[in-house]
Design a protein around this ligand. Structure first.
Ligand code: S3P
Length: 184
């Protein structure tokens, strides 16, 4: 169910969704469109840790990554920029969702597992930024984690945007209109 977001033009916009859903590309265009700053939690996590996300996972483990992610999202929300993008698993922590909901309209960039898998596979930066999250082959991993996480995305989202079609500019425009930041 989509919640009422018609009066949300004063709020930040938080983009959630699985890897490959286009949070960074849509978020960058969206921030320009509504005239605000764009912040990506993964970028701040890598900066804070002084190493790539893949290195955090391999050196310190996923639990350590999630702890840093939690602190970074709390910091971002304390001084909320116009557009916030968070990693695909951030919604697994209810405190992250509560912080985001306090300052932002939460928008789920949604697509099916096949589309997401193909986009991840086609992205040359994937291996640097996207450590394996399970011991399953990549396609199976997407199917399994997407199924597990979909209830969390649904519950967190004020608005759901189907990103299986449409380029980042078109999608950013749809979000800006539907959150009341620009006129249709
Ligand atoms: C993760 C997604 C990644 C990053 C980390 C964990 C996940 O972010 O936060 O590798 O659990 O799905 P993107 O969704 O931006 O790729």
């Amino acid at each position: 169910m989509t919640k009422d977001v018609t009066n949300s033009s004063q709020r930040s916009i938080a983009l959630i969704g699985f890897r490959g859903s286009g949070k960074t590309s849509v978020g960058t265009v969206l921030a320009k469109l509504i005239g605000g700053t764009f912040v990506d939690s993964d970028e701040l996590i890598a900066h804070k840790a002084g190493k790539s996300i893949a290195d955090i996972f391999s050196d310190d483990g996923e639990a350590a990554f999630r702890r840093i992610e939690r602190g970074v999202i709390a910091d971002i929300c304390a001084d909320a920029p116009a557009v916030i993008s968070v990693g695909g698993g951030a919604i697994l922590d209810a405190d992250n969702v509560a912080d985001l909901a306090g300052v932002a309209t939460i928008v789920w960039l949604s697509a099916g597992a096949d589309v997401l898998h193909d986009r991840i596979a086609a992205d040359p930066a994937s291996s640097r930024h996207r450590p394996a999250l399970t011991d399953r082959p990549p396609h199976e991993e997407v199917i399994r984690l997407l199924a597990e996480r979909t209830p969390c995305y649904e519950q967190a989202a004020d608005l759901t945007i189907d990103v299986s079609r449409g380029d980042p500019a078109l999608l950013a425009r749809a979000i800006a209109v539907q959150t009341g930041h620009i006129d249709a």
